[in-house]
Design a binder for this molecule. Structure first.
Ligand code: SF4
Length: 247
């Protein structure tokens, strides 16, 4: 299908649709279609999620013992991150905890987003888009020192691109010392809650949109789930924070 139509050869966003059309056509042709996660796990992802939840399996080894064709299997690049994500959604263990750390995707392991050229981008959290001059200066100093390209993101934070893997620890150390933390720009969890300036500055504002956005972001950050999600809070019907287009 890929070579004939070029479907799924770009960003990959259409692959679920291509897969479902392919599977439906195969079934109509009388073929057998497997929805198993991979060659190790003879269940679909949804079934695996339910088994892990009902049996209260807490580690990769427990999941393999209960669900894999070979209970001693070490898994593969398909089932390892899927199990890591399921355990995160159900129990939210700390990402850096030894038993789950190795199951994570590259971005989660390095607390940064890998880019086209193999370098990483780093995004500190800026709750509600509210930031102090001191934190802006810290970000600027870090970007200058490590020669990072800066871009304001759609979620009102500052993305620093071009970080080398070996510099990530030093970069995060300096950002944390400057009072910042990871913005989880790589995680299946809350990314940002965008806000307009609301009643604090805007003459049209009828609500404290910044305050609400900061409260929401601080309340729901770090809770990992099956997908990323973003929020927004506008101070009036003019909707400058585009909250109604968020997940
Ligand atoms: S949505 Fe726009 S107009 Fe309304 S309070 Fe916010 S900034 Fe002001």
């Amino acid at each position: 299908v890929k070579s004939c139509t070029k479907a799924g050869t770009g960003c990959g966003g259409c692959m679920p649709l291509v897969q479902s059309i392919f599977n439906k056509t195969m079934l109509e042709m009388g073929q057998e279609v497997s929805n198993h996660l991979c060659s190790h796990i003879p269940y679909s992802r949804a079934d695996l999620y339910n088994i892990v939840a009902i049996k209260q399996l807490k580690t990769f080894e427990e999941v393999m013992k209960a669900c894999a064709k070979n209970p001693e299997s070490l898994g593969c690049e398909l089932c390892k991150p899927a199990i890591g994500s399921i355990l995160s959604s159900l129990y939210n263990p700390h990402l850096m905890d030894k038993p789950v750390h190795e199951l994570q995707d590259t971005n989660d392991r390095f607390l940064a987003n890998i880019q086209r050229n193999g370098t990483f981008s780093v995004v500190p959290r800026v709750s509600g888009g509210e930031i102090t001059p001191e934190k802006l200066i810290t970000i600027g100093q870090v970007a200058k020192k490590y020669n990072l390209y800066c871009k304001i993101t759609g979620g009102q934070r500052i993305d620093m691109f071009g970080a080398k893997k070996q510099d990530l620890l030093a970069i995060w150390t300096e950002l944390v010392e400057g009072g910042m933390e990871s913005g989880h720009a790589y995680a299946k969890s809350l990314r940002t809650v965008k806000s307009c300036v609301g009643t604090t500055w805007c003459r049209f504002g009828v609500g404290d949109s910044v305050g609400m956005a900061v409260r929401l972001e601080e309340r729901y950050k770090s809770i990992r789930g099956p997908h990323k999600f973003k929020g927004g809070v506008s101070g009036c019907v003019r909707e400058c924070a585009e909250a109604q287009s968020k997940e």
